[in-house]
Design a protein around this ligand. Structure first.
Ligand code: GLU
Length: 313
């Protein structure tokens, strides 16, 4: 369904107004101390359509910690470096487990189920790090985000990275465990340092929606006209987002929203309507699976009203 700009603007603004007024906002993540201070009343939504028209509502220019949404972009970078060899060290099946679960790793001999659970993302980060100093790898990931969003102001929130470096014991356990199976090539501290830093990238909904546009348009960023990945790779990244992008809430997200999407514990979600739009939403309160509570509800309303679910109206 194609909409004229006023319609899309109106839908986005109505949803943002409704979300800002709702009392049920979920729980802000506190296990990374620096995230605990996020304002649960915040809500932002940005949709960028195929023509580049931007519909924005709420706190659309407020930067937030993108956390696990960064895993979409590290997966893209790692596939560019290693191609299909990447799939030797990480699977691409939904885990049905929480984002930081360790149980599957033992059964599957250190090979994480997919690149979006923490263990999988740490393995992907390790691949990006190989042959580089940690600082260079962090710079490479940050520059990739800036390039995609065409915005050099995008930065890492060092306080968030430091907070996770101090308290990320579960991720340290996952990384050491994978190292024991020979899945990581680099010193664990180096790999985790890069992982915590890319999770700590701060972006607004507007910047994030821009950065995701290549996934909505067969691998080409319409903003620059440059091809980021092949159409086939974009399709496959979207497939992994659909099946694994919301941890053990991925089935529910597909059922309710019907779009490839990736959430982060900072409360953001990047959702892709293939051929139509790149969408970013942010509300810091999370549901029991660690996904943005109002973010998911807002996307469900949006896809329903616009008929954008990939599974039909
Ligand atoms: N940096 C977070 C962690 O590793 C990311 C989790 C998330 O956003 O889901 O715990």
């Amino acid at each position: 369904m194609s909409l004229d700009v006023p319609d899309l603007d109106r839908v986005v603004r109505e949803i943002a107004d409704e979300m800002r007024a709702r009392p049920d906002r979920g729980e802000v993540a506190t296990y990374i101390p620096e995230l605990a201070g996020a304002d649960a009343r915040a809500f932002g939504l940005v949709v960028i359509d195929a023509e580049g028209r931007i519909a924005a509502g709420g706190d659309s220019d407020e930067p937030f910690s993108i956390q696990s949404i960064s895993k979409v972009f590290t997966l893209t970078l790692a596939l560019g470096m290693a191609g299909d060899r990447l799939w030797r060290r990480v699977g691409r099946e939904p885990s049905g487990s929480p984002f930081n679960s360790i149980v599957q790793l033992e059964r599957e001999r250190g090979i994480p189920r997919n690149p979006f659970i923490n263990a999988g993302a740490i393995a992907v980060t390790d691949l990006i790090l190989s042959g580089h100093q940690p600082r260079e790898a962090i710079g490479e990931i940050l520059r990739f985000m800036q390039f995609l969003a065409q915005d050099s102001s995008i930065a890492i929130d060092e306080a968030v990275a430091a907070s996770e470096l101090r308290t990320g014991f579960r991720n340290m356990a996952l990384a050491h465990y994978m190292k024991s199976f020979g899945v990581l090539d680099n010193p664990v501290d180096f790999t985790l340092g890069v992982y915590f830093h890319h999770c700590a990238i701060s972006m607004s909904c507007r910047q994030l929606a821009q950065a995701g546009r290549f996934l909505a348009h067969s691998g080409r960023n319409p903003l620059t006209g440059l091809s980021v990945v092949s159409p086939e790779r974009a399709r496959r990244i979207n497939a992994v987002m659909l099946t694994c992008g919301h941890y053990d809430g991925s089935g529910e997200f597909a059922y309710r929203v019907g779009l490839p999407g990736k959430s982060g514990v900072g409360g953001g979600i990047l959702a892709i309507a293939p051929g139509k739009a790149s969408i970013a939403v942010w509300s810091p309160g999370l549901d029991a699976s660690g996904n943005s509570h109002l973010g998911r509800i807002a996307l469900e309303m949006l896809t329903k009203r616009l008929g954008w679910s990939i599974f039909g109206a």
